[in-house]
Write a new protein. Sequence first.
Length: 288
Amino acid sequence: MSLRLQLSLLFVLTIAGAVAGGGSSSDEAALLAFKAGFRGSSSSALASWNSSTSFCSWEGVVCDRQMPTRVVVLTLPSSNLAGGLPPAIGNLSFLQTLNLSSNELYGEIPPSLGRLRRLQILDLGSNSFSGELPANLSSCISLTNLRLAYNQLGGRIPDELGNTLTKLQKLQLQNNSFTGPIPATLANLSSLQYLYMDNNHLEGLIPPDLGEFAVLRELSFQRNHLSGVFPSSLWNLSTLTVLAANGNMLQGRIPANIGDKLPRLQHFGLAENRFSGWEGCILWYDYT
Ligand SMILES: *[C@@H]1O[C@H](CO)[C@@H](O)[C@H](O)[C@H]1NC(C)=O
Ligand SMILES: *[C@@H]1O[C@H](CO)[C@@H](O)[C@H](O)[C@H]1NC(C)=O
Ligand SMILES: *[C@@H]1O[C@H](CO)[C@@H](O)[C@H](O)[C@H]1NC(C)=O
Ligand SMILES: *[C@@H]1O[C@H](CO)[C@@H](O)[C@H](O)[C@H]1NC(C)=O
Ligand SMILES: *[C@@H]1O[C@H](CO)[C@@H](O)[C@H](O)[C@H]1NC(C)=O
Ligand SMILES: *[C@@H]1O[C@H](CO)[C@@H](O)[C@H](O)[C@H]1NC(C)=O
Ligand SMILES: *[C@@H]1O[C@H](CO)[C@@H](O)[C@H](O)[C@H]1NC(C)=O
């Protein structure tokens, strides 16, 4: 192939890519693929999703002001949506908010969500998603709020999440079936304020690195299978208002000056573990 032909081919491909990637039809096509996933579900929300109006005025859809053909918000919580989430959702590349909580969504979370680099809020909580949490979500680098609580997700929490989601403020993974350890990499989430992992099957030691959170307010991992000595670094999380670790197999002693170390603490739960009392004295045993 001649160089000239290669160059013009490249040109044609680039133009085609720009049209396919930037045109209004691609966001509409992605929304229609989304709608097609719920054929037969009893949702009335999608009735307005018809060709009588522009897709930007469909219920739950908000388009960008500057780029009026690009969807920035898709929010249909509690809308009786029953079905799967199609990979085409990853084509809505301007999306900032995706809130589909409290529906009857099932199947796997599509890895194509990783293409949503502008996504700030992702709420797929209170559905029936299963399979593993795709590591590709670590590419959603704008995320501030990730809520996947109350699903049937399993497998490990991917290490990758901790390395890239530097803007994440709230991570909610409770009431799933996650296994394996709490990834030490989560300590890299320097903006994290709320971390909820209760009611999973997490096991192993609590990584001492978690003591490095700078602004963490609430840390909760009740009712898992975490074991070993509760790392003393966690008593250094002076910004904590909630520390809830009930229902694990944790050991160790609680510092006598915990009030000085965690001055903002309002809720403190370590019951149903194997702690042997306060530092300096043995006040109580708790073997349950
Ligand atoms: C989504 O994007 C992919 C890759 O660009 C494309 O092949 C597919 O047709 C798109 N799907 C929809 C429904 O627009
Ligand atoms: C199409 O959507 C409009 C609102 O956007 C609604 O008033 C109308 O009933 C819908 N048509 C059908 C056939 O559902
Ligand atoms: C998931 O991420 C990998 C690595 O970044 C990429 O190669 C792959 O295409 C992504 N999958 C999807 C469905 O976007
Ligand atoms: C999603 O929408 C529901 C219902 O409006 C709301 O309660 C929830 O806070 C939203 N999720 C996020 C992460 O903002
Ligand atoms: C969350 O899990 C706990 C423990 O398994 C259970 O008691 C509780 O009912 C669950 N909550 C919801 C809303 O499913
Ligand atoms: C993330 O955390 C891990 C384990 O704590 C550490 O080894 C790694 O260097 C950190 N990565 C970044 C990008 O900070
Ligand atoms: C707690 O913080 C103090 C002061 O920053 C530091 O000297 C100490 O090593 C920390 N303890 C742990 C267990 O990380």
